[in-house]
Structures are given as C-alpha cells and as structure tokens.
Design a protein around this ligand. Structure first.
Ligand code: SF4
Length: 349
C-alpha cells in the first residue's frame, strides 16, 4: 500500500512552485477562508475572485456581515448561483456573533455546528486558518484519491466514501495541513481534472494507480452521475406600462431570488393560459428565445416569450409588477440572464 509520507512532501513541493494565486490565500483570517470556501463550492476560482473581492470590501469582518440585510447579501451574490450558501453564510455569521462573540472556533466539530459549515468547509477553515491537521474532502479531492489509490468502486456507497475519507484523513501531514489540503484542491482543479487528467504534468504520477493502469478517465466510479432531470418552462417576459411581472421565489431552489414567471404550459397556448389562470390579457411582443440553465441535478429548458399587457393590469397571487427602474436593485439568479436580456430589449422598443 502506498504510504502518504511517500507523496505528501512531493505534493507540497509542487504546491510551493505552482500554487495558484488567490486573494484569500496567505491571509490568516478564518472569516475570509470561510467566505472563500462558501463561494468556491461548485464554482470556479476565476468566477469567484471578483465576487469575493467585492464581498470582502463590503463586509470586511464577520461582524459587518452579521449586521447586513439578507437582500444586500443576495444582491452581492447575484450570478454566483447556489444562493442557499449566501443565506447560510449570513445565518452562520449571526450565530458566531451570538455564540462565540464573533470569533470562529478552531475545532472542526464546533465549526460544523455553524449554519452553512459542513464537513468540507470545517476541514478547510480548521486546516487553512488554524493549522489543524484535518482533511477537507470534496468531490475534487475524492476524484484525486480514488485515482491515486485505485479505488474502483462506486464512491456513492457509504463504505467506499468512508474508505476514501479515511485515506484522506491519514494523508494530511501534521505540519502545513492547510497548504497540503490546498495542494490537493489545486491538483484536482488543474491537473487531475474530471474526464481525462493531464498525468504528464502530475507530480504524483509515479505513485498513481490509475496512471499505471491507464483508467484515470473512468475514475471515480459514480453510477448514474449524469442523470439530470429536465424541466421545460414557458417564460413570459410580461411588460405592462413600465412594469415587468416578477415573482420572488419561495421554493428552496433559488429561494428569495426574483424570477420571471416559470409556467408549465404549451407555449402555443400562453395567451389563453395567462388569461384563464392569471387573469392577464396579453399579446406576444416579439420572437420567442430559447434558453437553458444547468443546475447540478436539474436542467431548465426555457422558451422565453416577450409579451405586452395593458397598463394597470392586476398582479396574480404571488407575483408583482416591478417598475423597470427598480430592476437593478433586485437579485436575479443567472438562470434569468436570457429573460432579463429579452426584457431589456422589450423596454427599449
Ligand atoms: Fe490524477 Fe493522473 Fe495525477 Fe493520477 S497521475 S493523480 S490520475 S493526474
């Protein structure tokens, strides 16, 4: 069996040479590590950097964040996706103010009791900001370890996941645990990528089971991982006078964000659907536009249809006529980028 001491030093040497530069690195501030890790979940570093910079300049300390309005936090998060991360971050910051006087605890078990901090983030904050030798295991890390150690079983099975977590746990060196965890993350993001990894650039290639066997592209084994549910929506962009019809979502997905109506109706029958179900008489005001948004386990296929309704139309239950001049103050998910572009085109007409 491969010993961790065999490769942890080599990986750290590689990290010292090749670490990606990020604004949250090299700063011993648990709050900033937490914010960066919350933003980095499911999101690329290049996307996160401008959001992080703006967020930290508005909320430089945990106390500043704890005192913020949720609407402002969501607005700063707009376009980053997975908005429950922002809500939980705010909730967690308030919890840390109340329970720990504004200072994040260093114990990963206590960190995990804070809203929005799961095992991965607890490991990342404890190791990076406090130097606690614990792993931070996310999908990238599982991929690297399953290849390195040749784990060729379904990583969704609890016993296999446990095995990988225990390998990850024993791999973390007592000195530089934060750098080591970040090195594994960097390796997974830049070299040992999903699909075909670039083993020729990998510092661990001589230790790696998948590289020796030539089956890295098949690992990790995740049966059914590509099965995503597809939902088809007809999305009217309804202009009435200088107002657009919008709804603030109450569902857990994109909770609290603003969306155009997402209707489960045949696009051909949209005018009669609006009339019968929403009591709005409207007529098409332009060509429909197709849009697609991919979530982790879900795809929205949307047909966005510009429509015009008479000024002064009533808003159906749960919907609001929002003046066009107020759009920039609302937080929209990136799934609404195409409907928003259609709305802007409609307003200019
Ligand atoms: Fe991943 Fe290839 Fe490196 Fe193995 S050698 S860890 S498969 S990049």
């Amino acid at each position: 069996m491969l010993e961790h001491s065999d490769f942890s030093g080599i990986l750290l040497e590689w990290y010292d040479r090749c670490a990606r530069s990020m604004p949250w690195r090299g700063i011993q501030d648990p709050y900033r590590t937490w914010v960066s890790e919350a933003m980095l979940q499911q999101t690329r570093v290049e996307t996160v950097i401008p959001y992080y910079t703006k967020f930290i300049s508005r909320f430089p300390s945990l106390q500043d964040l704890a005192e913020a309005d949720e609407a402002e936090v969501l607005k700063l998060w707009e376009g980053l996706g997975y908005y429950s991360r922002a809500r939980n971050l705010l909730k967690g910051a308030r919890q840390v103010m109340e329970q720990y006087g504004g200072i994040l605890p260093r114990d990963p078990l206590l960190l995990r009791k804070i809203s929005g901090i799961g095992p991965y983030t607890a490991g990342a904050v404890a190791s990076i900001a406090f130097g606690v030798p614990v792993p931070a295991v996310d999908g990238n890390v599982l991929r690297v370890y399953s290849r390195l150690f040749g784990i060729r079983e379904n990583i969704r099975l609890p016993e296999i996941r446990k095995k990988l977590e225990s390998l990850a746990s024993s791999a973390v060196p007592a000195d530089r645990p934060g750098d080591y965890n970040q090195a594994v993350m960097d390796l997974g993001a830049t070299v040992c990528v999903p699909g075909t990894p670039d083993c020729s650039r990998c510092p661990l290639s001589s230790f790696c089971s998948a590289c020796a066997e030539g089956d890295a592209a098949d690992l990790p084994v995740i049966p059914g991982a590509s099965l995503q549910k597809v939902l088809c929506w007809t999305v009217p962009v309804l202009l009435s006078g200088d107002c657009l019809l919008l709804r603030r979502r109450t569902e857990s997905l994109l909770h609290g964000l603003w969306c155009f109506p997402l209707l489960d109706c045949d696009p051909e029958e949209l005018p009669s659907f609006l009339e019968k179900k929403m009591h709005i008489s409207a007529r098409p005001a332009g060509e429909p536009v197709k849009a697609r948004h991919v979530f982790t386990h879900l795809i929205w296929e949307m047909l966005v249809i510009p429509m015009e309704a008479p000024p002064g139309s009533d808003a159906p239950d749960g919907y609001h006529w929002i003046p066009v001049s107020g759009l920039d103050r609302l937080a929209f998910p990136s799934a609404m980028n195409v409907p928003l572009a259609v709305a802007r085109g409609l307003i200019k007409k």
